[in-house]
Design a protein around this ligand. Structure first.
Ligand code: HEC
Length: 184
């Protein structure tokens, strides 16, 4: 019986510790909280500074992969867009897909599911724009895949289309290693 009550105390103790006043000391210290007023005549929350704008947060503009697939690429694949896409691809995609786009990035090598080959040498499909339109690549970045994370937080929709243009123009037209020089 003694043993049992000891066990019960040991189980309950940690949850009690959460409720003890000092468990909130770090949170409720003397520092000024965000938006807290320091004007004793006007206590409470301070109004937002003038000209501050609300942040809308992340917007996933597409419902699902099918909706993404049906989207038209609104950004012309000119030199500027492809160059911007190349810079973004280097930052966000090469860790897994590699500079070559074939899926030989250092992080990709460690994944159980290998990153898919994004070049024309892709043995999954030929990247026929009719079969795999720009919207498909856009959708992968927006929604992510089974293993691939979503990049909707990191890349704005316009940036995602720049990356699409880079993948199309450079990775899928030029021989794999050309991508590395273009991305720099
Ligand atoms: C953390 C590793 C990782 C990163 C970073 C990553 N991917 Fe992927 N990607 C994958 C994996 C794994 C797959 C395989 C499909 C899946 O996950 O469902 C994939 C698949 C894809 C596909 C589908 C290819 C096909 O043949 O159907 C596209 C397109 C793609 N990625 C584009 C990108 C782009 C563009 C970026 C950069 C914004 C990126 N990926 C970043 C891991 C990654």
């Amino acid at each position: 019986m003694k043993k049992l009550s000891l066990a019960v105390i040991l189980i309950v103790l940690p949850s009690l510790a959460q409720a003890w006043p000092w468990s909130m000391d770090m949170a409720n210290n003397v520092s000024i909280k965000p938006q807290e007023s320091v004007d004793p005549d006007h206590p409470g929350m301070q109004p937002f500074p003038s000209r501050s704008v609300p942040v809308k947060g992340t917007t996933v503009f597409v419902k699902d992969a099918d909706a993404a697939r049906a989207m038209n690429n609104p950004i012309a694949a000119d030199e500027k867009s492809v160059a911007m896409g190349g810079r973004l691809f280097t930052v966000y995609c090469t860790p897994c897909h590699g500079t070559s786009g074939t899926g030989d990035g250092p992080v990709g090598e460690k994944l159980i599911m290998k990153p898919f080959n994004l070049t024309n040498s892709n043995d999954l499909h030929s990247w026929n724009p009719k079969e795999y339109p720009d919207g498909y690549i856009f959708g992968m970045m927006t929604l992510g895949g089974a293993v691939m994370p979503s990049y909707a937080n990191d890349l704005s929709p316009t940036e995602r289309w720049h990356v699409v243009n880079y993948v199309r123009k450079v990775l899928q037209k030029a021989p794999p290693m050309a991508a590395a020089t273009q991305a720099k």
